[in-house]
Unconditional design. Structure first.
Length: 342
C-alpha cells in the first residue's frame, strides 16, 4: 500500500521548493529601482525619510538635489540630513543644478525657512556628497540601465533631468517612469493663481521632460492639497516616539502653518510624500490618462499645467494625471514607514 503513494512526499517537497522560489522571484521583482530628485524642503524631508525607510520595496540608487525653495547647498545639506536620520548613509547624494534652465530662481524661504525647513534643529551631516554632478550621474546611470528599469521620483523643479535629457536624449531608454509632484488644474496654483511651485520654478525644464516621451505620472495639488495634517494624524506619528517621528512632527508643525494661513486649509499638505506613497501603494490613488501641456511663456499663466481633463483637444494623452488619493491611507503608510526608523 505504501509504495502506491510513495510519490507524494517528493512531490510536496518539490512543490514547496517551487512556491518558495516563485515567491522570492516575485518579491524581488516587486522591488523598484528609484532615483529621487529633490529640493529639500520640509515635505521633501518627510518624503525622503519615508522612502529611505522602505528598503524592501525601493532600491534607492541615489538622491539628486536641485536648487528650489532654498539654494543648492542647503537642499544638498538637507538631503544628507534626511539620509543620516534614516540611517541610510550608503545611499549616494549628488548635487545638481544651482539654478533653473532659463528663468530667474524662485526661492521660498518665506514658506520653508532659511534652512529649508523649520521645527527641528539642523547640523552639518557626517557623510558628504558623492563626487560628480547629478546631471552626469543621471546620464551615466540611465544610459547604462536595463531598458525602462529605473523610476525617477521628482520632488522639486525638474532642472536636473531636463539638462540630462538635453545633453543625452537617449537616456529615456533607462527610465521606467517619472513620478512628479507638480502641477495644478482643479485646485489652482500655490505660487500664482494657476501655477504650482515645482513647475513654476522651472517651466522650461518641465516642458523638456514632458516632451521627451518618458512615461509620466503627475501628482498635482489637485490631490496633495487633499492629503492634509490634522491633530489625529500628527498624534499617530508622534505616538511612534522615535527620532524620525519627532523630526517629522516638528517639521510639519511649522510647515503646515503657512499653507493653513495662506489657503485657509484645515491642515497642512505634505506634497512630496504622496509621490513615495504612490511608489509604495499606487492603489491609494486614482487618476486619468490625459493630454497636458505647460505654459513656458512669461506672463500671468507662466508655469501653468494645462490639463485637458475632458480630452477636448483630442491630442496625445501624455500624462497620468492623479486626481484622488486616500488621505488616511497615505498617513497610515507614512506612519508605518517612519515606525521602521530609529
Ligand atoms: O508645490 C509644492 C512643491 O513645491 C513641493 O515639492 C514642495 O516641496 C515645493 O518644492
Ligand atoms: Ca519639493
Amino acid at each position: 500500500m505504501q509504495h502506491r503513494f510513495a510519490f507524494i512526499k517528493p512531490l510536496f517537497r518539490n512543490l514547496a521548493l517551487v512556491s518558495l522560489l516563485t515567491s522570492t522571484v516575485l518579491y524581488a521583482a516587486d522591488k523598484r529601482d528609484v532615483i529621487i530628485d529633490a529640493d529639500p524642503g520640509a515635505d521633501d524631508m518627510v518624503a525622503l525619510l519615508m522612502a529611505l525607510a522602505s528598503p524592501e520595496e525601493l532600491n534607492i540608487r541615489a538622491i539628486t538635489t536641485v536648487s528650489g525653495k532654498v539654494r543648492l547647498e542647503k537642499t544638498s545639506r538637507n538631503a544628507r540630513l534626511a539620509r543620516e536620520w534614516a540611517g541610510r548613509e550608503s545611499v549616494p547624494i549628488y548635487a545638481g543644478a544651482p539654478r533653473p534652465m532659463l528663468r530667474a530662481p524662485v526661492y521660498a524661504e518665506n514658506v520653508h525657512g532659511e534652512e529649508g525647513f523649520a521645527g527641528t534643529p539642523v547640523h552639518e551631516p557626517r557623510q558628504g556628497l558623492a563626487h560628480g554632478s547629478a546631471v552626469d550621474y543621471l546620464i551615466t546611470t540611465l544610459r547604462a540601465a536595463p531598458p525602462h528599469s529605473i523610476t525617477i521620483a521628482m520632488l522639486g523643479p525638474q532642472t536636473n533631468l531636463a539638462l540630462a535629457l538635453v545633453q543625452a536624449p537617449e537616456i529615456t531608454q533607462g527610465i521606467k517612469e517619472v513620478v512628479v509632484m507638480g502641477g495644478a488644474h482643479f485646485n489652482g496654483g500655490n505660487v500664482t493663481p494657476v501655477a504650482e511651485y515645482n513647475v513654476f520654478a522651472d517651466p522650461q525644464a518641465a516642458d523638456v521632460v514632458l516632451n521627451s516621451g518618458v512615461k509620466l505620472v503627475y501628482i498635482p495639488l489637485d490631490v496633495t492639497q487633499k492629503i492634509l495634517t490634522n491633530d489625529a494624524r500628527l498624534k499617530q506619528v508622534a505616538d511612534l516616539g522615535n527620532r524620525a517621528s519627532r523630526v517629522v512632527t516638528g517639521i510639519l508643525g511649522e510647515y503646515s502653518k503657512g499653507d493653513m494661513e495662506r489657503f485657509g486649509l484645515p491642515g497642512g499638505p505634505v506634497h512630496d510624500a504622496s509621490v513615495i506613497a504612490y511608489l509604495l501603494k499606487p492603489e491609494l490613488f486614482s487618476g486619468k490618462q490625459i493630454h497636458m501641456s505647460i505654459e513656458t511663456h512669461e506672463g500671468p499663466t507662466f508655469g501653468e499645467t494645462i490639463a485637458d481633463w475632458y480630452g477636448v483637444l483630442k491630442k496625445d494623452k501624455n500624462v497620468l494625471w492623479i486626481e484622488e488619493g486616500d488621505a488616511q491611507g497615505v498617513w497610515d503608510l507614512l506612519t508605518e514607514c517612519l515606525g521602521r526608523l530609529s
